[in-house]
Design a protein around this ligand. Structure first.
Ligand code: FES
Length: 130
C-alpha cells in the first residue's frame, strides 16, 4: 500500500468532490459531512465516469407505499445509466454482494511543521538535529 497526498481538506468542502489522477488511476474523493470516501472513477457496468455522477440518498421501501429516504449524499449515481453505489463501501445498491466499484481508504492528516530542539551555549544558539 502506498500513500498519496491528493488535496488539502479545504479543496473538498462538505458535499464536494475531487477527481484526481493517483498513480495512473482516476479516483474520485468525496466529502460527505466531513467523512471522506474514495472510489475508482470507472463504473463496473460499462466503464462510465462514475465519479462525475450525482450524489443522492438511499430510497427504500419496507412495504408498497412506505417509501423511506435516508443517507442523503452517501449514494453515487452513475451518469450514464443510473446504477447506484454506496460511497462508503463501493457496493452497488441493487446487488451489493456481487457488484461493486473499487474503494480506497482515505486519511486526513494534520500538517505539522518539523521542529528541532534549540539550546543556548554561552552566547550561541544551537539547533540540534537528531
Ligand atoms: S456505465 Fe455506469 S451505469 Fe452504465
Amino acid at each position: 500500500m502506498t500513500r498519496h497526498v491528493v488535496a488539502r481538506v479545504s479543496d473538498i468542502p462538505p458535499g464536494g468532490r475531487l477527481i484526481a489522477d493517483v498513480a495512473g488511476r482516476s479516483i474520485g474523493i468525496f466529502n460527505v459531512d466531513g467523512r471522506f470516501y474514495a472510489l475508482r472513477n470507472s463504473c463496473p457496468h460499462q466503464g462510465g465516469p462514475l465519479c462525475r455522477g450525482r450524489t443522492v440518498g438511499l430510497v427504500t421501501a419496507e412495504r408498497p407505499g412506505e417509501i423511506r429516504y435516508s443517507r442523503e449524499g452517501e449514494i453515487l449515481r452513475c451518469p450514464w445509466h443510473g446504477w447506484e453505489f454506496d460511497l462508503a463501501t463501493g457496493r452497488s445498491v441493487f446487488d451489493p454482494s456481487r457488484t461493486r466499484v473499487k474503494s480506497y481508504p482515505v486519511e486526513v492528516e494534520e500538517l505539522q511543521a518539523e521542529t528541532y530542539p534549540v539550546e543556548i551555549e554561552r552566547d550561541r544558539v544551537v539547533v540540534v538535529l537528531t
